[in-house]
Design a protein around this ligand. Structure first.
Ligand SMILES: *[C@@H]1O[C@H](CO)[C@@H](O)[C@H](O)[C@H]1NC(C)=O
Ligand SMILES: *[C@@H]1O[C@H](CO)[C@@H](O)[C@H](O)[C@H]1NC(C)=O
Ligand SMILES: *[C@@H]1O[C@H](CO)[C@@H](O)[C@H](O)[C@H]1NC(C)=O
Ligand SMILES: *[C@@H]1O[C@H](CO)[C@@H](O)[C@H](O)[C@H]1NC(C)=O
Length: 409
């Protein structure tokens, strides 16, 4: 659905939203969630506290205590559950628990007051989606907002601009294998990174230390004879995480003296309904079937999930450090929400076969020139992320992927 676009997604946020909902469900609804996310199988004594501690590992210790102001800038996972007030109140015990464990706010609201719904979304979306968000339906709405801000405050960091060869545009129609090049703001590092080339993935990997020693950020640049969509199949079958588990072992070391990346922020809003249903959790959404008795005050109010949204964002060098003379990052937004009031046609499908063909052609050509490329790489000691790439934020102690993203320009 979002083929060919830049996006960021937090699998950890989906997992923890489901485990939070689990606390409010009973009966088969709870059993189903447990069956999908396997809370029972987790070896830690309490999976909810385990998730809480993973989320806390993103925050540098000295900041954990200074609450709100820093949360505005730093990395965080936050959740809101809004229940229609006409269905009765929420259990105080549930509210306190999800607040404590998941930093979640659960409250009853009047769904007829549309502006109130918007207040619970982050301001990070284009105005065209205001009307869509005002249509969010009653009786139970789950919103999660998650962001990772990668801090770049070392003295060896410089800002500039770079040329980026954008991904194949789906509406382009051009058969030329040459992709269009755009100028983007960039950031360069001269120290504090490690790199390696993975033959298994056919990609160059860059690792940067994350916000704490428990987090790492990886950037994966496919070599010229492959592309991001091939890398994504490696992501699905876990071969990326097995390479990263051993990183930098099992990769060909390369002595780059400098790396250059786009200086960007990415925000993606997902309507998760369809994906959650596909996990086998249809009954969360069914009136008279869903059982939210762990959440509501009265068992007669018959709550069921009406909407589930997730907003994820990643900012390169967005840690709130105040660089003096610095240009603005390249901002990109994507969503699978349908714009209200605009006739929705999915452009992605029509052109996918032609773009596949273009990719294949380009790969063939690049393959022929491979030795030329290799020779060039040896003498070039600057690694530049100037073609579409993937990135991942990983919790190191568990290997869990907190965020994954695709940048295509
Ligand atoms: C990293 O995680 C370990 C255990 O998971 C914890 O003891 C430590 O304080 C964490 N370090 C940071 C910097 O958050
Ligand atoms: C994952 O998929 C890629 C591409 O289809 C394949 O080359 C690789 O062997 C697979 N790895 C595993 C562990 O299944
Ligand atoms: C989310 O997706 C569901 C299922 O496709 C749809 O019924 C619902 O209207 C969507 N919500 C929004 C806000 O787009
Ligand atoms: C292949 O290399 C030649 C000579 O270095 C160059 O002119 C040509 O543009 C390259 N082709 C591709 C597809 O990179």
């Amino acid at each position: 659905m979002m083929a060919g676009q830049s996006l960021v997604y937090s699998p950890f946020a989906t997992l923890t939203t489901l485990s939070m909902l689990f606390l409010g469900t009973r009966g088969t609804t709870a059993e189903r969630i447990n069956g999908v996310i396997g809370l029972d199988e987790m070896t830690s004594f309490n999976p909810h506290l385990f998730f809480k501690s993973v989320a806390e590992d993103l925050k540098p210790k000295y900041r954990r205590t200074t609450a709100r102001a820093v949360d505005q800038e730093g990395s965080s996972f936050s959740r809101t559950l809004l229940s229609d007030e006409s269905r009765g109140g929420l259990q105080r015990f549930f509210k306190a628990r999800v607040q404590e464990i998941y930093s979640a706010v659960a409250e009853t609201v009047d769904f007829r007051q549309k502006d109130m719904l918007l207040r619970h979304m982050s301001g990070d979306f284009p105005r065209d989606y205001v009307d869509t968000l005002k249509q969010l339906r009653s009786p139970l709405l789950s919103i999660s907002r998650n962001r990772y801000r990668h801090e770049c405050n070392s003295a060896a960091t410089t800002y500039g601009t770079m040329q980026f060869a954008q991904g194949v545009k789906r509406s382009g129609g051009s058969q030329s294998p040459a992709s269009s090049s755009v100028a983007l703001p960039s950031v360069s590092f001269r120290s504090g990174f490690s790199t390696g080339f993975s033959k298994a993935l056919d990609a160059t990997i860059l690792a940067l230390p994350g916000s704490t020693s428990n987090v790492s950020v990886f950037f994966l640049k496919p070599s010229p004879d492959t592309d991001v969509s091939t890398l994504e199949t490696h992501l699905r079958n876990q071969s990326i995480s097995s390479v990263l588990k051993l990183f930098p072992d099992e990769t060909v070391r390369s002595a780059y003296t400098e790396v250059q990346l786009p200086y960007f922020t990415q925000t993606t809003i997902y309507n998760m309904t369809q994906s959650i249903r596909r996990l086998g959790l249809q009954n969360l959404f069914e009136p008279n079937v869903a059982n939210f008795n762990g959440l509501q005050d009265s068992s007669t109010s018959n709550l069921y999930l009406s909407e589930i949204l997730q907003t994820d964002s990643f900012a390169m060098c967005g840690g709130g450090e105040l660089g003096a003379a610095r240009n603005l990052p390249f901002r990109s937004f994507s969503t699978n929400l349908v714009k209200h009031s605009v006739l929705a046609t999915d452009l992605a499908d029509g052109s996918s076969s032609s773009s596949k063909l273009m990719r294949r052609n380009r790969r063939k050509l690049a393959y022929r020139n491979r030795s030329a490329f290799d020779a060039q790489q040896v003498q070039d000691s600057k690694l530049v992320f100037d073609t579409p790439f993937l990135y991942l934020v990983r919790h190191n102690p568990t290997g869990m992927v907190l965020y994954m993203g695709r940048f295509v320009g």
